[in-house]
Design a protein around this ligand. Structure first.
Ligand SMILES: Nc1nc2c(c(=O)[nH]1)N[C@H]1C(S)=C(S)[C@@H](COP(=O)(O)O)O[C@H]1N2
Ligand SMILES: [Mo]
Length: 556
């Protein structure tokens, strides 16, 4: 990260309340950031202008917006967020609007802002931003919103009512360089996690790969080593698998004892449809020699770690049995769309049921090897210890154990006496979720939740529990799941697991107040459940190039 960008984010991270427009103005004026300072964040899209998140802090959002020629924002306001914009490349055209006497919006003026300009807007300002430059010139702008922008009001020229509010949802950045960001899991409403909201776990800077030049090399203990182009690979029969994937460090920030590594909240998890060629097809064509015992995968990303100063590529291996499983895929599409660069474009391995670390992104080399692989991300990191009769042994993380997560109500929520709905998700790696239980008394007693919505072998399942609360007070909610192998989610984190495999049931405190709000009747609860089911069911069959609805829902 450039020193200027670092200075900007550090100042913003120190905010203890929303910044004023004057403060944002002074900060940007002092730092004079240029396009080069934000080069890593610039990504353009066809169709709509592309919003690239730089960082989401407690009191601000920083975005880089990339506008191809002719791309325009809707006419909008910022619903409570002040916004300072700096033009990093090209000329921005801002059109200001006001309400006409009949309630329509009318343009009141238009102004061009050349590169370097600062443009300020208060939360109620109605405006539109456009790239209307000559030729095909691009526009790149840096936007600081404070407090964070979560909603934009939009308006049209032909309608006097306000348009749909646009929810601005994004991944939550834990670190920006390299990107480590979370799925906004507290807002899950559908079965599938939209690609733009799907968590990203990168150890090194994201490699930029030209698909035409990219090759996959297949080598090692094989009769027929060869290289594949993307076109050759995608001409092979494809297969799709729905699967949940979680980072082995997900939830690390909830551990009582601080463990090194990315301090994930609950959101290093997502569920998608993964499409590609079974790895087995490519290995069969290569013809494994009998001495092959593992398959080693290498990503194109490269870098160093504090305790490993020599540059290395990201590498992991799989035992032969899992590599040859027909559901282990060389993936080119996620939820029907070509992989995005941050999820491993143009090709990644996908190992269903296993922690994310196994699914090597930006795959460039596959090697059949005749002895177990030892390497940094295989044996130094991503290992846990387990007890044996002799003591403890170190094992590489593999399949995800059973785990559940309460999605709603949110921690600290104020609920009313009467019927409340507890909603969550549960998953169990290669096993199936057979049961989810909920406790509303801190683990003394448990009741069975209902599993709802679609089911698929490696997928999380949604569940809900209708909780009739008789008395006001503070309550501690817990959920635990049992898998088809009979394993029950643990109530505490086993210290032998260190900073990985954080599956213990995390208590969630809520307050129930008398007369807080008219308690929903059982019939309402059922109606909402019915909608929920229909919604989830429909989602699972939608053509997968659509972004599924993913909005902030409330428990009833
Ligand atoms: N090449 C490469 N592959 C990688 C990683 C990486 O840093 N480089 N991170 C791994 C880890 S730890 C996880 S959890 C998943 C995350 O996948 P996602 O970023 O697509 O969500 O990718 C895995 N594959
Ligand atoms: Mo991970």
């Amino acid at each position: 990260m450039s020193a200027k960008l670092d200075a900007l984010l550090q100042t913003l991270d120190r905010l203890e309340k929303p910044a004023t427009l004057a403060e944002l103005h002074a900060l940007l004026q002092k730092l004079k950031l240029t396009a080069a300072d934000l080069a890593e964040c610039m990504r353009f899209a066809d169709g709509q202008y592309q919003r690239n998140s730089v960082r989401a802090g407690r009191w601000y959002h920083a975005w880089v917006l990339c506008w191809k020629n002719g791309q325009r924002s809707p006419i909008h306001d910022h619903r409570g967020s002040a916004c300072a914009v700096q033009v990093l490349r090209g000329t921005l055209t801002q059109t200001a609007f006001a309400f006409a006497p009949n309630g329509h919006v009318k343009a009141t003026g238009s102004e061009d802002f050349p590169v370097g300009s600062l443009v300020l807007s208060a939360d109620q300002d109605l405006h539109q931003v456009s790239n209307l430059q000559a030729g095909d010139a691009d526009l790149v702008t840096l936007h600081i919103y404070s407090p964070p922008l979560t909603r934009m009001g939009t308006y049209t020229l032909t309608d006097r009512t306000r348009g749909e509010d646009v929810w601005v949802e994004e991944r939550k950045f834990v670190t920006a360089f390299p990107e480590n960001s979370e799925t906004p899991v507290e807002n899950v409403q559908g079965w599938v996690t939209p690609n733009s909201l799907f968590f990203v776990r990168n150890h090194f800077p994201e490699p930029s790969i030209n698909r035409a030049e990219w090759r996959l090399q297949v080598a090692g203990c094989v009769e027929r080593p060869r290289t594949w182009t993307w076109e050759e690979l995608t001409a092979l029969p494809q297969r799709s698998v729905f699967a949940t994937v979680e980072c082995a460090g997900n939830g690390r920030s909830f551990l009582k004892q601080v463990m090194p590594g990315v301090q994930w909240g609950a959101g290093a998890i997502g569920h998608a449809e993964w499409t590609g060629v079974p790895l087995r097809t490519v290995l069969d064509q290569a013809a494994l020699k009998p001495e092959a015992v593992e398959i080693l995968f290498e990503g194109a990303d490269r870098g160093t770690e504090a305790d490993r100063p020599a540059p290395m590529n990201f590498q992991r291996s799989l035992p032969l049995a899992k590599a040859l499983d027909p559901n282990t895929l060389l993936v080119t599409r996620m939820n029907g769309e070509l992989l995005q660069p941050n999820h491993g474009f143009p090709l990644r391995l996908f190992v269903p049921g296993w922690y994310g670390v196994a699914s090597v992104k930006w795959l460039q080399r596959i090697e059949a090897i005749n002895a177990p692989y030892r390497g940094y991300y295989q044996n130094q990191k991503y290992t846990v210890q387990r007890r044996t009769t002799q003591g403890v042994e170190t094992v590489v993380v593999g399949p995800m154990p059973a785990k559940s997560e309460i999605i709603r109500p949110k921690a600290g929520a104020a609920l009313g006496v009467g019927m409340n709905r507890i909603f969550g998700v549960a998953w169990a790696g290669e096993e199936a979720v057979v049961r989810v239980e909920v406790s509303t008394d801190g683990g003394q007693s448990w009741s069975q939740a209902e599993l709802i919505g679609p089911r698929a072998p490696y997928s999380w399942v949604m569940w809900e529990y209708l909780w009739e609360v008789a008395a006001a007070g503070d309550y501690t909610l817990l959920a635990r799941t049992t898998d088809s192998a009979g394993r029950v989610q643990a109530s505490d984190h086993d210290p032998l697991l260190g900073g990985y495999q954080i599956t213990f049931s995390r208590p969630l405190q809520v307050q129930v107040a008398a007369g807080q709000r008219a308690a929903a009747q059982h019939a309402d609860a059922e109606a909402i459940l019915f909608d929920m089911n229909a919604f989830a069911d429909e989602n699972s069959r939608l053509p997968l190039d659509v972004e599924l609805h993913f909005s902030a829902g409330e428990g009833i």
